[in-house]
Design a protein around this ligand. Sequence first.
Ligand code: RIB
Length: 279
Amino acid sequence: NLIMRSAQTIGVIVPNLGNPFFSMFIKGVQSTSRERHFIPLIFGANYDEDLEGYYLQELIKRAVDGLIIASSSITVDAIDNILKKNGIPYLLIDQNGGPSLDSVRINDQRGGQIAAEHLLALGHKKIAVVMPEDPTDNLIVRLDGFKHTLAAAGVALEVENTIISPMTKLGGYQATAAVVKQAPTAVFAVNDEMALGLIRGLHEQGIRVPEDISVLGYDDIDLDDYVVPKLTTVHQPVVTMGEQATTLLINRIQKRQLDPQTVELPVELKERESTGPVS
Ligand code: RIB
């Protein structure tokens, strides 16, 4: 259908539009789409496999030219049966650890290592981690980098140092009691939203951050600069991730026979105020 083809649309599925991490990702998707004269159709899958499958089908019915999938609930079967069968170019990223021809890679192992090195340099040994129950592949790698770096420095992270809670602001807030009970000198929250929720919870308990407990996040979302104390975190270049994912996808749409394209993007420590030396 010529009219649909000329529409030049890409479908984008992210896990959660309420998390600024993904709205920043979308910002990158939008700016590159605009430069390349494509229109993105964006959906938040809310960690719901059915919803994600539904959007996928609908996007394909509407003849999108390609897809960027950052959510993990899509199954390998769905990728094989829907995307591959229909010959639609796609790029999997972030929470989606599945293989795609083109990829934008973020070194989560290194990110976890940076997080651990920062806390170790401040003298922390009693460290807790706040993470979700079913971590996606990228989080598993992130935590692996974190744990290995601690272990290499002789700091053990026991199972009981791991606090399980949903990966949201509320999840971080709800982890407060468990954190207080453990009384670590530092907490690594696997994303910023959790870290921000936890900081509020600690504040309500009269616990000072970072004097009593340091809190380290991961992502570098825009809110980090607007909380007290400002959040120290591991920066992910998420706007660039959105731009690069879109660039690679559109390159692929426009030239199917391109060699596989891979872009690697760095992570780095963004030191603000929520971490400090052990007192
Ligand atoms: O905040 C969302 C988190 O989930 C980020 O750390 C990102 O990498 C994703 O997997």
